[in-house]
Design a protein around this ligand. Sequence first.
Ligand code: ADP
Length: 938
Amino acid sequence: MSGMHDWPIKKKLRHALVVTTGAALLVTLIAFTINDLWKTREAIVSKLQTVAELVGSNSQAALSFDDIEGAEILLGSLAAIPDIQHAVITNANGDVFAKYGDSSSYQHQYQTMAEPGEYTQGLDLYVGQPIMMDGQLIGYIHMLADLTPLLYKLLQNLILALGIALLAILVAIGLSARVQKLIARPILELSETMNWIATEKNYSHQIQKHGHDEIGELYDRFNEMLRQISRQEKTLIKHQEKLEHTVTERTQELSNSNQELKGAIRQANKAKEEALEAAKAKSSFLANMSHEIRTPMNGVLGMLDLLKDSELDETQRDFVETAYSSADSLLLIINDILDFSKMEAGKMMIEKVELNVMDVADEVCALLAGKAREKQLELVCFTDVSLPKSLISDPVRIRQVLTNLVGNAVKFTETGQVVTRVELADCKNDMAMVRFSIQDTGIGIPADKVPKLFQAFTQADGSTTRKFGGTGLGLAISRQLVELMGGKISIDSEEGKGSTFYFELPMKICPNAIENEIRDPVVLTGKRAMIVDDNHINREILRRYLDAWQMTSEEAVNTDEALNKMLNAANNGNDYDIAFLDLNMPGDDGLSLARKMKATPRLENIRRIMLSSSGMMSLKEQSDNGLDGCLSKPYKREKLKQLTADVLGRHQAKKQQNAVVHAVDEQARQSSDIILLVEDNVVNQKVALAMLSKIGYRVEVANNGQEGVEAWEKFSPKVILMDCQMPIMSGYEATTAIRRKESNSGLHVPIIAMTANAMEGDREQCLAAGMDDYISKPVKRKLLQSKLSDWINKTQTPMPLERSGGSGVFSAKREDTTAVISREVQDILLLDQIVFNSMRQITGAAFDEIKQNYIAETPRFLEDIAAATRNADLKVLERLLQSLKSSCASLGAKRMAELTRHLEQSVRENRLEQAPDILALMQAAFRDTKIAMTHMQH
Ligand code: ADP
């Protein structure tokens, strides 16, 4: 049926006509036939009933007189009616009286027709009636008619009617062709026109309608629609034309702009080239200026520094001090301006090297301790114990930011304290977020000045009568440096109360961090300490350190409270082991407390460490006042730990501590080590010479690179201080020449560049030439001293230090196993004083002999080990190493013991080729151990 939807209209129309005509005819036919059937039957029934009545009334007499014959004659008259097949007359009891037709078949019918009435069965029609006489039932008449003739007649009629219906359908089909034309043609015409319009796109066409019927209306609507489309098309064409026009105009404009843009780009490129040229010029100008300013500044500062130490009367000293501090400030300003210009020029590069933030913070605080002391300020440095020892960041820049912030804090604080904290804010995977905070109790900053604080050239006190000088560049530089290092800087400040500057820096945790803390917590674990300080921050910091070392602590804010607490504890048999005393406290100071403790029998056994903001005390002062140790604030956490361990580990710690603290200077003073100074500038020569001899070194001077190389060959200096720019042969060339000559000898003299070039890239150039370290001019004596002693300590290490390409790393890197060992052992104590002293205590008078024996025997051991290595005699090697290791360990020669262990391991792993290098490290370590042992006093 669904297929009908797709029939053409013609077919649908024809189909509709035929089906409706046929259906109408069929229904009519069936109705007529049924009616006819019904009526014919009724007529037969009525005829039979009439006949039955007639025969019944005529048979009354025959029934009454039992005249069967008469009755049968009467029935025989029924033969005139062909429809009647059978008839029977019964008496009142139903017994057959007379009959007509075939009795055998009748018998059955008759018995089933017990009741009078009429009904049809198959093609038989039965009619029965009672026969009454004078109101009395005297019998019945039954008749049976055959309806077959009636059926035939009916069939005849049906066939006739079907014939007529067929005819009617044919007529309908004939008619449908005409109707079709009337209805379908206009629709088809419309469809064809629509197709034509769709392909031709001619919307101005109109269709001629044929009539005013619905199809005519459809035509009208369609024509209307076409008119509308045509109108819209015209509008569209107009718009399109307008659009095309606009596009053409815009394209023209665009092409004009394009031309202009190309011109602009050309100009911009030209400008960029010019800017790059200008930047290059600026950068080289900066480099030159830096060099030019630093060279005379070196002369000024160096000479003033030396002049300060010469004999001067008071006025002269005052002049010199003023000149020195002015020159120092000038240098700071120059540095700030150079840094700022570098950042402006985008030239500031951030390095990523291994550093220990604790050391950096300690160094900065130590640097500014003098200034804080002059102003009688407490300068405290707290470093979080959980900070990883080795992180990756830029130590130079962190030091610069910290110096600026701590310097500002000291500068803008008149009374109170400056607390620097370095804490681990967060630690995820291999990244640590280190939080630095610098808190002061100074003048604070008004809230309205805070937002502009980190902008260049901005100062909170902008008045012309500013009390504090400064360029206003420090914070701007700090902010930019912190941001370049991936961090953020912020401030909390309240006018009149003080400020806290914060900055957080993400740093990668160095995977191979070397644990360089003293590893002897046993001495500290569980010890009871008393902290005596009026300053709660100092107490808190100390308590946190002691907690980390598993010590327990109590606090007291003054000497009375401390004495009370300590006496109470002693009475309860719960003595303190050690007391940390602040020197400056209101009322009785720390010294008087120490003296009192020493004089009180119950307290004299408590060890006493003085923490003083007023500089170091002499050993005599310490012992006179009953102190076991003294640290000057800001103290380093590791130093405090070491001192505490020493003091607790042995009772006579004072002298030994002193020996360790001053070992480096002593080493310099007593050594016959030669430092080679290669410098062409006479003023600089004088400055360096004076500084070096003041520190205690012997110095040889070379006036240029070439002389430098010759002097190196002649004097075998411990360290070379090398200027870079010199006539005849530059410092770079001289270094390269020395390194070339060294290459076959296995030696490596540390060469420290000493140059006024402070621009980015200068250090890389020094490294590339083969130098190991770098000091920028003007040279400060303290820095020079610490660099030299560092390198003299390291100089025993024959391994050249690896330079990481371009990153400016001056520290040793793991190049191969020997380099790793060399690096590792540098962080191991040469001599563990606790072991050394316990040995002394255990052996008593024999100790000196044991020590001398060790000092005398070890070189022989080393020679034998070298010989056994050459002969690859593993058995002998193993025995020698075992024996040496145990003698080193029992005397506390930790670095030697560790190196011996490394050599043992190499032998065991069949890596004998490493042995000569490790042996060289051992020779060097032994030399230093010997010095340390000689300096270690009772
Ligand atoms: P300057 O060289 O002038 O010190 P900075 O950029 O370091 O330059 O500091 C800018 C200004 O911020 C200072 O002049 C001072 O007014 C204010 N300032 C910085 N640190 C502090 C501080 N700790 N306490 C009070 N004021 C401060």
